[in-house]
Design a protein around this ligand. Structure first.
Ligand code: SAH
Length: 532
């Protein structure tokens, strides 16, 4: 009986991602050789085969054993995760056979069965990061000198390859990944998207999206593959995407394309291609030009500086949402500010007036920092949207009743925009008229005769809306910022997610020493003459 070597890549580790041929090969084998963890992963497929997994941590020993068993007439399945030909057992088996003078015609039969390698399985979980030229680099320097691995990292960086790092880190090899990061940062932006995939398609799978600059802040181990984007890889809605090429010869949101199919291939539309009859190289003539410089040069030749920017700052447009107002106390927009809002929103953005005296902007942009910088420069007060603390002050009678403005500004500085369990509105009005409705907010402050009255737990909207309860009268101004900070801090730390302040107040009955009226009667308010 003639033996056979079946060298099987079983894919990332789930039963659905093993090929049919791999399953059949395991089924038809008499003996299975592989790491214990691998054997466990394919345990469903094992019937009555002899298992050889223990006592052979050395891959060479396993390869030799496999050949020996096959020579004795066994059908031996040697299993590797992923693809057996990618840092797997296939090469070693052939090395052992070659050493023995094996020939396909006369020797034992060998079949290498391909599997889905980590670069592919991990890429699928991240989106489509490996859409362009990519390479795999193993950071294991047990059998390869580190100096060579470093050269490969350099070359990958220089050539703008998408990089999949295999064997990135183990208990003893911890410095290699940091060195790899350092090398690639010489060629690539710190913002380059990076995907970390641990145990793809296994029960303990974990996927993290990060950047080249921050990747070391996350867990990376023996079972992780690190996928590093090229200079045009971008993130969209949690997906890592590498475009098919450097120049968008297509416009995704238009049906009619600027370049018709035959035009796309003209030399003037691809000055970087190797055209028939072209003598000088034109681009990248200087040998030391980096691939990024070459791409930039080419795009500039095409008169596409915007594209060049896209290449350098790999970001795609998304809708940037924020709220703006002219100031804490100031309620007047200048014409210049209005023009800036219009310019920033452009044709596709929106400008919306909210019930909270805010202008809500939705701006499609790949560069939110530029938007916030322009708005800040124009004197706008910016506020994030969502479940954050928001100060709603009055206009202090156009600044005439200005004594409370510094307190409003300090509260805004310390608390405004902080994340909360649910949106939290703090109203601050500068006199007893409270005409901007501070007492109807979650937390209300009314400045009157040099001191603050405090209202807690207003229900701001709905048919059961009600004002806040007066809980203190005449708080000294120098204490007020701290009092508010403590109340907000307690709510932030202890409220349930989505629990609005009035509900929290009712549930706990006492916030920072201020009682809910269910437990103690609300304080009697001193009647105040209009406007005081
Ligand atoms: N033959 C395998 C690679 C073996 S080298 C293949 O083609 O995929 C071992 C390395 O592969 C690990 O350090 C890790 O970087 C990667 N790897 C293998 N399986 C993986 C999985 N399910 N998820 C993430 N990375 C994996």
């Amino acid at each position: 009986m003639k033996g056979k070597l079946l060298i099987v890549g079983f894919g990332p580790g789930s039963a659905e991602h093993i090929t049919k041929r791999a399953k059949d090969a395991i089924g038809e084998s008499d003996t299975i050789i592989g790491y214990k963890t691998y054997v466990d992963l394919i345990s469903e497929l094992i019937t009555d085969q002899e298992m050889v997994s223990t006592g052979m941590s050395e891959e060479v020993t396993r390869a030799q054993a496999a050949v020996r068993f096959a020579e004795k007439g066994k059908k031996v399945a040697v299993i590797s995760s992923g693809d057996a030909g990618v840092y797997g057992m296939a090469g070693l088996i052939y090395e052992v056979l070659a050493e023995k003078g094996w020939k396909e015609e006369s020797g034992i039969e060998v079949e290498v069965i391909p599997g889905i390698s980590a670069i592919q399985s991990c890429a699928s979980l991240l989106g489509a990061p490996v859409m362009h030229d990519a390479c795999t680099i193993s950071l294991s320097d047990h059998l390869t000198p580190w100096a060579i691995i470093e050269k490969r990292l350099e070359a990958a960086g220089m050539g703008d390859f998408v990089v999949a790092l295999y064997n990135p880190k183990s208990g003893r090899r911890t410095k290699q990944i940091a060195e790899a990061q350092r090398t690639l940062l010489q060629y690539r932006s710190p913002e380059t998207p990076v995907g970390l995939v641990k145990s793809a398609y296994r029960d303990t799978e974990k996927v993290v999206l990060t950047t080249l600059a921050n990747m070391l802040e996350h867990e990376i181990g023996m079972l992780t593959t690190v996928l590093i984007g090229n200079s045009s890889t971008f993130l969209h809605d949690g997906k890592m995407i590498t475009p098919r090429g450097y120049r968008r010869k297509y416009t995704l949101h238009q049906e009619e394309q600027a370049l018709r199919p035959h035009e796309r291939l003209r030399p003037e539309n691809e000055p970087w291609a190797l055209h028939e009859g072209k003598e000088e190289k034109g681009l990248g003539a200087k040998k030391q030009d980096s691939s990024l410089q070459i791409v930039m040069e080419a795009l500039e030749k095409l008169g596409e500086p915007k594209q060049a920017q896209y290449i350098l700052h790999p970001q795609i447009e998304s809708i940037f949402e924020l709220a703006v107002s002219p100031g804490v106390a100031n309620k007047k927009f200048t014409p210049k500010q209005m023009i800036l809002l219009a310019e920033l929103a452009g044709d596709s953005g929106t400008i919306e007036y909210t019930p909270h005296h805010h202008i809500l902007l939705k701006i499609p942009t790949g560069n939110p920092e530029n938007v916030t910088a322009a708005l800040t420069e124009a004197g706008f007060l910016l506020a994030p949207v969502g479940d954050v603390a928001q100060l709603k002050a009055c206009d202090f009678c156009d600044g005439e009743k200005q004594d409370a403005i510094p307190y409003a500004e300090e509260i805004q500085r310390k608390i405004g925009g902080s994340e909360m369990p649910k949106e939290l509105k703090i109203g601050l009005n500068g006199c007893g008229m409270a005409c901007y409705g501070a007492v109807h907010e979650d937390i209300g402050l009314v400045f009157r005769t040099g001191k603050f009255d405090l209202f807690l737990g207003g229900k701001t909207v709905g048919r059961t809306a009600h004002p806040g309860q007066p809980v203190a009268e005449g708080i000294e101004p120098e204490r007020i910022v701290e009092v508010i900070e403590r109340i907000v801090g307690e709510y932030q730390a202890n409220a349930h997610p989505n629990e609005r302040f009035y509900k929290y107040f009712k549930r706990v009955q006492k916030v920072q020493g201020f009682w809910h009226s269910d437990s103690a009667p609300a304080i009697e308010l001193e009647p105040a003459p209009c406007g005081e």
